[in-house]
Ligand binder design. Structure first.
Ligand code: AMP
Length: 377
Protein backbone atom coordinates (compact mmCIF):
# COMPACT_ATOMS: atom_id res chain seq x y z
CA UNK A 1 0.00 0.00 0.00
CA UNK A 2 1.33 3.44 -0.82
CA UNK A 3 1.59 6.21 1.73
CA UNK A 4 -0.60 9.16 2.62
CA UNK A 5 -2.08 11.38 -0.04
CA UNK A 6 -0.95 14.95 -0.16
CA UNK A 7 -4.37 16.32 0.66
CA UNK A 8 -6.91 14.22 2.50
CA UNK A 9 -10.04 16.19 3.41
CA UNK A 10 -9.31 18.14 6.59
CA UNK A 11 -11.13 17.16 9.81
CA UNK A 12 -14.68 18.53 10.04
CA UNK A 13 -15.12 18.51 6.26
CA UNK A 14 -18.53 17.37 5.11
CA UNK A 15 -19.10 14.17 3.19
CA UNK A 16 -22.39 14.05 1.31
CA UNK A 17 -24.07 10.65 1.24
CA UNK A 18 -26.79 10.03 -1.29
CA UNK A 19 -29.20 7.47 0.16
CA UNK A 20 -30.54 7.02 3.67
CA UNK A 21 -30.39 3.27 4.26
CA UNK A 22 -28.25 1.23 6.64
CA UNK A 23 -25.18 1.39 4.41
CA UNK A 24 -25.30 5.18 4.53
CA UNK A 25 -25.88 5.04 8.26
CA UNK A 26 -22.86 2.86 8.94
CA UNK A 27 -20.74 4.98 6.56
CA UNK A 28 -21.82 8.13 8.44
CA UNK A 29 -20.95 6.52 11.78
CA UNK A 30 -17.50 5.59 10.47
CA UNK A 31 -17.06 9.09 9.08
CA UNK A 32 -17.85 10.57 12.49
CA UNK A 33 -15.16 8.37 14.04
CA UNK A 34 -12.70 9.70 11.48
CA UNK A 35 -13.57 13.30 12.30
CA UNK A 36 -15.94 14.13 9.44
CA UNK A 37 -19.51 15.37 9.25
CA UNK A 38 -22.03 13.70 6.97
CA UNK A 39 -24.86 15.35 5.08
CA UNK A 40 -27.39 12.70 4.07
CA UNK A 41 -29.63 13.26 1.05
CA UNK A 42 -32.63 10.95 0.75
CA UNK A 43 -36.37 11.13 0.12
CA UNK A 44 -37.35 9.76 3.58
CA UNK A 45 -37.00 11.97 6.64
CA UNK A 46 -36.69 9.17 9.18
CA UNK A 47 -34.35 6.88 7.27
CA UNK A 48 -31.52 5.06 9.12
CA UNK A 49 -28.89 7.38 7.64
CA UNK A 50 -30.77 10.59 8.45
CA UNK A 51 -30.90 9.60 12.12
CA UNK A 52 -27.12 9.84 12.50
CA UNK A 53 -26.36 12.67 10.04
CA UNK A 54 -24.97 16.08 10.93
CA UNK A 55 -27.06 17.64 8.14
CA UNK A 56 -29.97 16.41 6.05
CA UNK A 57 -31.74 17.06 2.78
CA UNK A 58 -35.10 15.40 2.35
CA UNK A 59 -35.76 15.58 -1.38
CA UNK A 60 -36.27 13.54 -4.49
CA UNK A 61 -33.10 12.16 -6.10
CA UNK A 62 -33.79 14.14 -9.27
CA UNK A 63 -34.69 17.50 -7.70
CA UNK A 64 -32.26 19.90 -9.44
CA UNK A 65 -32.46 22.69 -6.89
CA UNK A 66 -32.04 20.44 -3.87
CA UNK A 67 -29.11 18.67 -5.57
CA UNK A 68 -27.38 21.95 -6.41
CA UNK A 69 -27.74 23.15 -2.82
CA UNK A 70 -26.48 19.77 -1.54
CA UNK A 71 -23.44 19.94 -3.84
CA UNK A 72 -22.66 23.42 -2.55
CA UNK A 73 -22.91 22.29 1.08
CA UNK A 74 -20.55 19.28 0.92
CA UNK A 75 -16.87 18.66 0.07
CA UNK A 76 -17.32 15.29 -1.63
CA UNK A 77 -20.28 13.05 -2.48
CA UNK A 78 -20.60 9.31 -2.13
CA UNK A 79 -23.49 6.91 -2.70
CA UNK A 80 -24.90 4.11 -0.66
CA UNK A 81 -26.64 2.51 -3.65
CA UNK A 82 -25.66 2.10 -7.28
CA UNK A 83 -28.98 2.87 -8.96
CA UNK A 84 -28.29 6.57 -8.92
CA UNK A 85 -30.30 8.20 -11.74
CA UNK A 86 -28.14 9.54 -14.59
CA UNK A 87 -29.80 12.96 -14.13
CA UNK A 88 -28.62 13.09 -10.50
CA UNK A 89 -25.01 12.60 -11.52
CA UNK A 90 -25.32 15.13 -14.33
CA UNK A 91 -26.19 17.74 -11.73
CA UNK A 92 -23.73 16.68 -9.02
CA UNK A 93 -20.61 15.67 -10.94
CA UNK A 94 -19.71 19.09 -12.42
CA UNK A 95 -20.09 20.72 -8.99
CA UNK A 96 -18.42 18.41 -6.50
CA UNK A 97 -16.15 15.32 -6.59
CA UNK A 98 -18.32 12.16 -6.75
CA UNK A 99 -16.71 8.96 -5.44
CA UNK A 100 -17.24 6.43 -6.87
CA UNK A 101 -17.62 8.16 -10.22
CA UNK A 102 -19.90 7.76 -13.21
CA UNK A 103 -18.06 4.82 -14.73
CA UNK A 104 -18.42 2.54 -11.71
CA UNK A 105 -22.06 3.48 -11.20
CA UNK A 106 -22.99 3.09 -14.87
CA UNK A 107 -21.39 -0.35 -15.15
CA UNK A 108 -22.94 -1.66 -11.96
CA UNK A 109 -26.48 -0.49 -12.57
CA UNK A 110 -26.90 -2.48 -15.75
CA UNK A 111 -26.40 -6.25 -15.73
CA UNK A 112 -25.50 -6.30 -19.44
CA UNK A 113 -22.72 -3.77 -18.99
CA UNK A 114 -21.67 -5.50 -15.77
CA UNK A 115 -21.30 -8.91 -17.42
CA UNK A 116 -19.38 -7.48 -20.38
CA UNK A 117 -17.18 -5.51 -18.00
CA UNK A 118 -16.40 -8.56 -15.84
CA UNK A 119 -15.36 -10.47 -18.95
CA UNK A 120 -13.10 -7.61 -20.06
CA UNK A 121 -11.58 -7.46 -16.58
CA UNK A 122 -10.69 -11.15 -16.88
CA UNK A 123 -13.40 -12.53 -14.59
CA UNK A 124 -15.20 -15.54 -16.14
CA UNK A 125 -19.02 -15.34 -16.08
CA UNK A 126 -21.82 -17.77 -16.98
CA UNK A 127 -22.90 -17.66 -20.64
CA UNK A 128 -25.39 -14.80 -21.14
CA UNK A 129 -27.42 -13.06 -23.84
CA UNK A 130 -29.28 -9.77 -23.98
CA UNK A 131 -33.01 -10.33 -24.54
CA UNK A 132 -35.04 -7.61 -26.26
CA UNK A 133 -38.14 -9.55 -27.32
CA UNK A 134 -39.73 -12.98 -27.11
CA UNK A 135 -38.09 -14.19 -30.33
CA UNK A 136 -34.74 -13.11 -28.87
CA UNK A 137 -35.49 -15.05 -25.69
CA UNK A 138 -36.26 -18.19 -27.67
CA UNK A 139 -33.03 -17.82 -29.64
CA UNK A 140 -31.08 -17.23 -26.41
CA UNK A 141 -32.61 -20.34 -24.79
CA UNK A 142 -31.62 -22.39 -27.83
CA UNK A 143 -28.02 -21.17 -27.53
CA UNK A 144 -27.59 -21.26 -23.76
CA UNK A 145 -29.82 -24.23 -22.97
CA UNK A 146 -32.12 -24.80 -19.97
CA UNK A 147 -32.33 -24.35 -17.07
CA UNK A 148 -31.49 -20.68 -17.33
CA UNK A 149 -32.22 -17.54 -15.35
CA UNK A 150 -34.06 -14.60 -16.93
CA UNK A 151 -33.37 -11.31 -15.13
CA UNK A 152 -34.13 -7.65 -15.47
CA UNK A 153 -30.98 -5.74 -16.31
CA UNK A 154 -31.76 -2.79 -14.05
CA UNK A 155 -33.14 -2.26 -10.54
CA UNK A 156 -33.14 -5.93 -9.50
CA UNK A 157 -32.07 -6.84 -5.98
CA UNK A 158 -32.47 -9.64 -3.44
CA UNK A 159 -33.73 -11.98 -6.16
CA UNK A 160 -36.45 -9.60 -7.36
CA UNK A 161 -36.87 -9.28 -11.09
CA UNK A 162 -35.81 -12.78 -12.02
CA UNK A 163 -37.24 -16.12 -13.09
CA UNK A 164 -35.68 -19.55 -13.43
CA UNK A 165 -36.71 -21.13 -16.74
CA UNK A 166 -36.73 -24.92 -16.70
CA UNK A 167 -38.99 -25.62 -19.68
CA UNK A 168 -39.42 -23.68 -22.96
CA UNK A 169 -43.15 -23.20 -22.20
CA UNK A 170 -42.24 -21.01 -19.21
CA UNK A 171 -40.55 -18.39 -21.37
CA UNK A 172 -43.59 -16.34 -22.53
CA UNK A 173 -45.05 -15.84 -19.05
CA UNK A 174 -41.67 -14.86 -17.54
CA UNK A 175 -40.91 -12.51 -20.41
CA UNK A 176 -44.32 -10.82 -20.03
CA UNK A 177 -43.85 -10.39 -16.28
CA UNK A 178 -40.32 -9.00 -16.09
CA UNK A 179 -39.75 -5.30 -16.67
CA UNK A 180 -38.08 -3.00 -17.53
CA UNK A 181 -36.56 -4.43 -20.72
CA UNK A 182 -34.13 -5.38 -22.12
CA UNK A 183 -33.68 -8.51 -20.02
CA UNK A 184 -30.70 -10.82 -19.70
CA UNK A 185 -30.73 -14.61 -19.96
CA UNK A 186 -27.97 -16.35 -18.01
CA UNK A 187 -27.11 -20.04 -17.92
CA UNK A 188 -28.19 -21.59 -14.62
CA UNK A 189 -25.03 -22.15 -12.60
CA UNK A 190 -24.92 -25.40 -10.58
CA UNK A 191 -22.81 -23.74 -7.89
CA UNK A 192 -21.62 -25.45 -4.73
CA UNK A 193 -21.19 -22.17 -2.83
CA UNK A 194 -21.74 -18.46 -3.24
CA UNK A 195 -18.73 -16.44 -2.20
CA UNK A 196 -17.89 -12.76 -2.31
CA UNK A 197 -15.00 -10.48 -1.58
CA UNK A 198 -14.79 -6.80 -0.77
CA UNK A 199 -11.99 -4.42 -1.71
CA UNK A 200 -11.30 -0.78 -1.06
CA UNK A 201 -9.45 1.40 -3.57
CA UNK A 202 -8.01 4.73 -2.54
CA UNK A 203 -7.69 7.98 -4.44
CA UNK A 204 -4.02 7.11 -5.00
CA UNK A 205 -4.91 3.76 -6.61
CA UNK A 206 -3.86 1.63 -3.66
CA UNK A 207 -6.07 -1.39 -3.02
CA UNK A 208 -6.87 -3.27 0.20
CA UNK A 209 -8.72 -6.56 -0.21
CA UNK A 210 -10.58 -8.40 2.54
CA UNK A 211 -10.70 -12.16 2.79
CA UNK A 212 -13.34 -13.86 0.66
CA UNK A 213 -16.44 -15.03 2.50
CA UNK A 214 -19.03 -17.71 2.00
CA UNK A 215 -22.62 -16.45 1.80
CA UNK A 216 -25.89 -18.23 2.48
CA UNK A 217 -29.26 -16.82 1.51
CA UNK A 218 -32.74 -17.38 2.84
CA UNK A 219 -35.69 -16.40 0.63
CA UNK A 220 -33.19 -14.69 -1.71
CA UNK A 221 -31.91 -12.42 1.09
CA UNK A 222 -28.43 -12.77 2.57
CA UNK A 223 -28.75 -14.64 5.87
CA UNK A 224 -25.19 -15.61 6.83
CA UNK A 225 -21.60 -14.82 5.85
CA UNK A 226 -18.76 -17.04 7.03
CA UNK A 227 -15.37 -15.33 7.15
CA UNK A 228 -13.11 -16.63 5.81
CA UNK A 229 -14.79 -18.75 3.13
CA UNK A 230 -14.08 -22.41 3.76
CA UNK A 231 -12.62 -23.00 0.30
CA UNK A 232 -9.16 -24.02 -0.94
CA UNK A 233 -6.60 -21.23 -0.65
CA UNK A 234 -6.28 -21.11 -4.45
CA UNK A 235 -9.99 -20.28 -4.75
CA UNK A 236 -9.91 -17.63 -2.04
CA UNK A 237 -6.81 -16.07 -3.61
CA UNK A 238 -8.44 -16.03 -7.03
CA UNK A 239 -11.53 -14.25 -5.66
CA UNK A 240 -9.33 -11.62 -4.02
CA UNK A 241 -7.31 -11.08 -7.19
CA UNK A 242 -10.47 -10.73 -9.25
CA UNK A 243 -11.91 -8.13 -6.88
CA UNK A 244 -8.70 -6.10 -6.91
CA UNK A 245 -8.64 -6.23 -10.73
CA UNK A 246 -12.26 -5.13 -10.96
CA UNK A 247 -11.67 -2.21 -8.57
CA UNK A 248 -8.71 -1.05 -10.63
CA UNK A 249 -10.51 -1.49 -13.96
CA UNK A 250 -13.49 0.54 -12.68
CA UNK A 251 -11.09 3.25 -11.45
CA UNK A 252 -13.10 2.98 -8.28
CA UNK A 253 -12.59 5.29 -5.33
CA UNK A 254 -14.37 3.66 -2.41
CA UNK A 255 -15.38 0.11 -1.58
CA UNK A 256 -16.80 -2.58 -3.81
CA UNK A 257 -17.92 -6.17 -3.55
CA UNK A 258 -17.95 -8.88 -6.21
CA UNK A 259 -20.21 -11.90 -5.79
CA UNK A 260 -19.08 -15.20 -7.28
CA UNK A 261 -20.48 -18.66 -7.85
CA UNK A 262 -18.07 -21.50 -7.01
CA UNK A 263 -18.36 -24.44 -9.40
CA UNK A 264 -17.79 -28.07 -8.37
CA UNK A 265 -14.44 -28.06 -10.23
CA UNK A 266 -13.16 -25.08 -8.21
CA UNK A 267 -13.68 -22.42 -10.88
CA UNK A 268 -15.24 -19.08 -9.95
CA UNK A 269 -17.82 -17.27 -12.07
CA UNK A 270 -18.52 -13.59 -11.40
CA UNK A 271 -22.17 -12.72 -10.81
CA UNK A 272 -22.55 -9.17 -9.57
CA UNK A 273 -20.53 -6.09 -8.65
CA UNK A 274 -21.69 -3.63 -5.98
CA UNK A 275 -19.69 -0.37 -6.04
CA UNK A 276 -20.26 0.35 -2.34
CA UNK A 277 -19.98 -1.28 1.07
CA UNK A 278 -21.83 -4.59 0.92
CA UNK A 279 -23.87 -6.71 3.29
CA UNK A 280 -21.38 -9.56 2.86
CA UNK A 281 -18.69 -7.21 4.20
CA UNK A 282 -20.41 -6.36 7.48
CA UNK A 283 -18.24 -8.90 9.33
CA UNK A 284 -15.23 -6.63 8.68
CA UNK A 285 -16.64 -4.05 11.14
CA UNK A 286 -15.60 -6.25 14.05
CA UNK A 287 -13.12 -8.76 12.65
CA UNK A 288 -10.66 -6.52 10.79
CA UNK A 289 -8.30 -3.74 11.68
CA UNK A 290 -10.25 -1.32 9.46
CA UNK A 291 -13.81 -2.33 8.56
CA UNK A 292 -15.40 -1.70 5.18
CA UNK A 293 -17.18 1.50 6.23
CA UNK A 294 -13.98 3.03 7.57
CA UNK A 295 -12.21 2.06 4.36
CA UNK A 296 -14.99 3.58 2.29
CA UNK A 297 -14.76 6.89 4.12
CA UNK A 298 -10.95 6.84 4.04
CA UNK A 299 -11.05 6.33 0.26
CA UNK A 300 -13.72 8.96 -0.35
CA UNK A 301 -11.91 11.47 1.88
CA UNK A 302 -8.56 10.86 0.17
CA UNK A 303 -6.99 9.32 3.26
CA UNK A 304 -4.60 6.38 2.97
CA UNK A 305 -6.46 3.10 3.32
CA UNK A 306 -6.35 1.16 6.57
CA UNK A 307 -5.42 -2.48 6.91
CA UNK A 308 -7.95 -5.04 5.67
CA UNK A 309 -6.29 -7.76 7.69
CA UNK A 310 -8.64 -10.14 9.52
CA UNK A 311 -7.67 -10.46 13.16
CA UNK A 312 -10.53 -12.87 13.92
CA UNK A 313 -12.72 -15.31 12.07
CA UNK A 314 -16.37 -14.27 12.00
CA UNK A 315 -19.90 -15.33 11.25
CA UNK A 316 -22.31 -12.54 10.31
CA UNK A 317 -26.03 -13.13 10.67
CA UNK A 318 -28.55 -10.65 9.29
CA UNK A 319 -31.44 -9.80 11.57
CA UNK A 320 -34.35 -9.87 9.15
CA UNK A 321 -37.91 -8.89 9.96
CA UNK A 322 -39.69 -9.78 13.21
CA UNK A 323 -37.92 -13.16 13.50
CA UNK A 324 -34.55 -11.46 13.33
CA UNK A 325 -35.48 -8.96 16.02
CA UNK A 326 -36.83 -11.79 18.18
CA UNK A 327 -33.25 -13.12 18.39
CA UNK A 328 -31.99 -10.00 20.16
CA UNK A 329 -32.53 -11.11 23.76
CA UNK A 330 -30.43 -14.21 23.11
CA UNK A 331 -27.74 -12.35 21.14
CA UNK A 332 -27.10 -9.34 23.33
CA UNK A 333 -25.62 -11.15 26.37
CA UNK A 334 -23.14 -13.22 24.34
CA UNK A 335 -19.63 -11.88 24.89
CA UNK A 336 -18.31 -12.81 21.46
CA UNK A 337 -21.25 -11.29 19.55
CA UNK A 338 -21.54 -7.65 18.43
CA UNK A 339 -24.99 -6.42 17.48
CA UNK A 340 -25.55 -3.59 15.00
CA UNK A 341 -29.08 -2.22 14.60
CA UNK A 342 -30.24 0.16 11.89
CA UNK A 343 -32.90 2.20 13.71
CA UNK A 344 -35.78 1.08 11.49
CA UNK A 345 -39.20 1.46 13.04
CA UNK A 346 -41.27 -1.38 11.63
CA UNK A 347 -39.83 -4.91 11.50
CA UNK A 348 -41.64 -5.96 8.34
CA UNK A 349 -41.02 -9.43 6.92
CA UNK A 350 -37.91 -9.47 4.76
CA UNK A 351 -36.63 -6.11 6.05
CA UNK A 352 -32.99 -5.95 7.17
CA UNK A 353 -33.20 -4.59 10.73
CA UNK A 354 -29.61 -5.16 11.80
CA UNK A 355 -26.89 -7.78 11.91
CA UNK A 356 -24.84 -9.67 14.46
CA UNK A 357 -21.13 -10.49 14.14
CA UNK A 358 -19.86 -13.46 16.10
CA UNK A 359 -16.06 -13.41 16.43
CA UNK A 360 -13.94 -16.54 16.73
CA UNK A 361 -10.19 -16.89 17.16
CA UNK A 362 -8.45 -16.51 13.80
CA UNK A 363 -8.13 -19.85 12.05
CA UNK A 364 -10.75 -21.63 14.16
CA UNK A 365 -13.90 -21.29 12.03
CA UNK A 366 -13.40 -24.46 10.00
CA UNK A 367 -13.09 -26.52 13.17
CA UNK A 368 -16.30 -25.18 14.71
CA UNK A 369 -19.43 -27.27 15.00
CA UNK A 370 -21.56 -25.23 12.60
CA UNK A 371 -24.84 -26.49 14.02
CA UNK A 372 -23.93 -25.36 17.52
CA UNK A 373 -22.58 -22.05 16.31
CA UNK A 374 -25.67 -21.18 14.31
CA UNK A 375 -28.02 -22.30 17.06
CA UNK A 376 -26.88 -19.36 19.19
CA UNK A 377 -26.98 -16.78 16.39
P1 AMP B 1 -28.57 -11.85 -8.18
O1 AMP B 1 -29.70 -10.86 -8.08
O2 AMP B 1 -27.96 -11.92 -9.53
O3 AMP B 1 -27.55 -11.66 -7.07
O4 AMP B 1 -29.23 -13.28 -7.88
C1 AMP B 1 -29.81 -13.60 -6.65
C2 AMP B 1 -29.57 -15.07 -6.32
O5 AMP B 1 -30.18 -15.89 -7.32
C3 AMP B 1 -28.10 -15.45 -6.33
O6 AMP B 1 -27.51 -15.17 -5.09
C4 AMP B 1 -28.18 -16.94 -6.64
O7 AMP B 1 -28.51 -17.67 -5.47
C5 AMP B 1 -29.34 -17.02 -7.60
N1 AMP B 1 -28.85 -16.91 -8.99
C6 AMP B 1 -28.68 -15.78 -9.69
N2 AMP B 1 -28.18 -16.02 -10.91
C7 AMP B 1 -28.05 -17.35 -11.01
C8 AMP B 1 -27.58 -18.23 -12.04
N3 AMP B 1 -27.18 -17.77 -13.24
N4 AMP B 1 -27.55 -19.56 -11.76
C9 AMP B 1 -27.97 -20.05 -10.56
N5 AMP B 1 -28.43 -19.26 -9.57
C10 AMP B 1 -28.47 -17.94 -9.77
Amino acid sequence: MSGALATPLPPNSTIGILGGGQLGRMSALAAAELGYRCHVYAPDADSPGMQVAAARTVADYEDPEALAAFAAAVDVVTFEFENVPARTLEILAPRVPCRPGRKALAVCQDRLQEKAFLERAGVPVAPWRAVHDLAGLEAAMAEIGLPAVLKTTRLGYDGRGQAVLRRPEEAAEAFARLEPRPLILEAFVPFTQEISAVAARGLDGSVAVYDAVENRHSHHILDLSFAPARVPEAVAGQARRHVAEVAAALELVGVLAVEFFLLPDGRLLGNEIAPRPHNSGHWTMDACQAGQFHQHIRAVAGMPLGSAERHSDAVMRNLIGPEGMARLPALLPQPDVSVHLYGKQAARAGRKMGHANCLLPRGSLSAQDEGKLLARL
